[in-house]
Design a protein around this ligand. Structure first.
Ligand SMILES: *Cc1c(COP(=O)(O)O)cnc(C)c1O
Length: 478
C-alpha cells in the first residue's frame, strides 16, 4: 500500500469519526502521536501492521456467527466461514498444529476455552458415558448436580504470578483459582530459574488434572518436553499458554523442546503480543482435544468477532513470511543487547539475564520501588510496567521490578546498538530518581523525585532514535 493511500485512508476515516464524536477522533490522533513519540518497552505490546488494523474496521463486525465453520446458528455466514477457515488454516500451518480455534476474543478467553475443553474431555465425557447420556441436557436433576460437583472438584497446577505466571494460571483472585483447586509452582529463590524437579515433586503430590506452563514475566525459555514428562507421569493434561512468546514460536526462534506445540495437549495464546496481530486469542490442540475445543461456543463464548478473525488471518499470513522469522530473531537478539546493556552498567536482573524477549530489572538497588521507577521512567518518555520480582518485599502493587520487552521497538526497526542505548537511558533515569516522602515525613513507596534535566535529556536522546525509526513511516494525518 502506498504512503499516500494509507495517509488519505486514515485521514478520511478520522473525519468520518469526527463528524459523530470529535473527541474520539481527537483521542485517536493523540494516541498515534503518543505511540510515535515514546519508547514503548511494555513486553506485552507491539504495533500491528496497517493491513491488520484496517481489516478490523469493517462490516464483519456486524455479523453474528455463533457455531463453527459450516455449522452456524445464524444464516448468511458464508463469508465468515471463509474468514474463519483461512485464519485457522494459517494458524495450523504457522505453528504446525493439528487443530486451531481462532474464535477467542482475548488471551483470557482462550484460557477459559482451554480449561473447559479439558474438563469436557477428561471429566464430563467419561462421566456422561458412564451415565449412558448423550449430553448434559439428558441428565436428571440429580445426575446434573453430581456432574457439576465433579467438574468443580478438579485440580490445576500453574506458575505463580510473582514468579512470572499469569492471573489465569490459578491465581486465587482469578476465576482459574476459584473453579479449580489450585496450587502454584514458583522459581528457585536463589537463581530465579524454573526448577523442574520442584515442579515434578509438587505435581506428584498434588496430582493435578491440568498442568499449566507459560508465563508473562519470566525472562527465560521453558523446556516443554520436561513439562510434558511431568504431566504424563501424573496423568495431567499439559496446557501451555504462549501468549507472550507466540511470536518467537512462529518465527522459529523457539524450536525443539522450547516449542510447546509438539509437547502440549492444548496451547493457548494471544495474537497481539510478540505475534503482532490484532487483539485476540487462539487455541491450538491435538486431534484428541480438538472436538472439545471446537465447542468453545457454546461452552464459554458467544458470537465470534468476525472482523478480528479476519485480521488474525492477515496477521498469521504475515507471520508465515520469511521476514517474520528475521523479526523474531531480532526480538531475541535485541533482548540480549538490552540485558547486556543493563548488566554492564551494574544493574541487577532477575535470573541474571534473558533468553527470550523480556528482561526483568530489579530496581531495589537504586533504592526505589517498581512503582516509583515506572513513574519516573514515564516522565522521561520511557513506557514500561512495574512487575514483582521473586519473593518481592513490596508486594504486587508497589513491586520491586520493571519489566522490559523488545517486540514493539524491534517492529520499529531498533537494533542492538539502540537497545544498548535504551539501557543507558533507563539506568540514567533510575540513578537520578530518589524516593519522595509521605505527608507524615516517612519514605513513600509511590512518590519520587526525578532530578532536574534528566527527563529532557532522556527524551532528546530517545527522539533521535525514534525519528530514525518512525512508526508507520509514510503515514501522515491531514
Ligand atoms: C497477556 C496474557 C494473557 C491474557 O491476554 P488478554 O488478551 O489480555 O486477555 C493470558 N496469558 C498470558 C500468559 C498472558 O501473558
Amino acid at each position: 500500500m502506498t504512503d499516500a493511500l494509507i495517509s488519505s485512508t486514515y485521514s478520511q476515516a478520522l473525519e468520518v469519526i469526527a463528524s459523530v464524536e470529535p473527541r474520539i477522533a481527537a483521542a485517536t490522533r493523540a494516541e498515534l502521536a503518543d505511540q510515535r513519540s515514546s519508547l514503548k518497552l511494555i513486553a506485552s505490546e507491539n504495533y500491528a501492521s496497517p493491513a491488520v488494523l484496517l481489516t478490523m474496521g469493517t462490516w464483519f463486525s456486524d455479523k453474528y456467527a455463533e457455531g463453527t465453520v459450516g455449522h452456524r446458528f445464524y444464516a448468511g455466514c458464508q463469508n465468515v466461514d471463509t474468514v474463519e477457515s483461512l485464519a485457522a488454516e494459517h494458524a495450523r500451518e504457522l505453528f504446525g498444529a493439528e487443530y486451531a480455534y481462532v474464535q477467542p476474543h482475548s488471551g483470557i478467553d482462550a484460557n477459559l476455552v482451554a480449561f473447559w475443553s479439558i474438563l469436557a474431555h477428561r471429566v464430563e465425557g467419561p462421566w456422561l458415558e458412564k451415565a449412558a447420556a448423550k449430553n448434559v441436557n439428558d441428565l436428571t436433576a440429580e445426575d446434573w448436580e453430581t456432574l457439576r460437583k465433579e467438574l468443580g472438584n478438579q485440580r490445576l497446577l500453574g506458575m505463580s504470578l510473582n514468579a512470572g505466571g499469569h492471573l489465569t494460571h490459578g491465581f486465587r483472585p482469578n476465576i482459574s483459582g476459584k473453579m479449580f483447586h489450585q496450587q502454584q509452582y514458583g522459581t528457585d529463590p536463589e537463581t530465579g530459574l524454573l526448577d523442574y524437579a520442584a515442579v515434578a515433586a509438587k505435581a506428584r503430590e498434588f496430582k493435578p488434572l491440568v498442568l499449566v506452563a507459560g508465563y508473562s514475566a519470566y525472562p527465560r525459555r521453558v523446556n516443554f518436553a520436561k513439562m510434558r514428562e511431568i504431566a504424563d507421569e501424573v496423568g495431567a493434561t499439559l496446557m501451555v499458554d504462549m501468549a507472550h512468546f507466540a511470536g518467537l514460536v512462529a518465527g522459529k526462534v523457539f524450536t525443539g523442546e522450547e516449542n510447546p506445540v509438539p509437547y502440549a495437549h492444548v496451547v493457548t495464546s494471544t495474537t497481539h503480543k510478540s505475534l503482532r496481530g490484532p487483539r485476540g486469542g487462539l487455541v491450538l490442540a491435538t486431534e484428541e482435544y480438538a472436538p472439545s475445543v471446537d465447542r468453545g461456543c457454546p461452552m464459554v463464548l458467544g458470537g465470534p468477532l468476525s472482523h478480528v478473525m479476519a485480521a488474525k488471518a492477515v496477521a498469521f499470513a504475515e507471520a508465515r513470511r520469511p521476514e517474520f522469522a528475521t523479526y523474531a530473531q531480532d526480538v531475541a537478539d535485541n533482548a540480549q543487547s538490552l540485558a547486556t546493556g543493563f548488566l554492564s552498567r551494574g544493574a541487577k536482573l532477575v535470573t541474571g539475564g534473558t533468553d527470550n524477549h523480556l528482561v526483568l530489572l530489579d530496581v531495589s538497588g537504586y533504592g526505589l520501588t517498581g512503582r516509583q521507577a515506572e513513574s519516573a521512567l514515564l516522565d522521561a518518555g520511557v513506557v514500561t510496567n512495574r512487575n514483582s520480582v521473586p519473593a518481592d518485599p513490596n508486594g504486587a502493587w508497589y513491586t520491586s521490578g520493571i519489566r522490559f520487552g523488545t517486540p514493539a521497538l524491534t517492529t520499529r526497526g531498533f537494533g542492538a546498538d539502540e537497545f544498548d542505548k535504551v539501557a543507558e537511558l533507563v539506568v540514567d533515569v533510575l540513578r537520578n530518581t530518589t524516593p519522595g516522602t509521605t505527608k507524615a515525613g516517612g519514605t513513600s513507596k509511590a512518590s519520587y523525585v526525578l532530578a532536574d534535566g534528566v527527563a529532557d535529556r532522556t527524551k532528546a536522546a530517545s527522539a533521535e532514535m525514534l525519528d530514525k525509526h518512525p512508526l508507520y513511516p509514510g503515514l501522515v494525518l491531514s
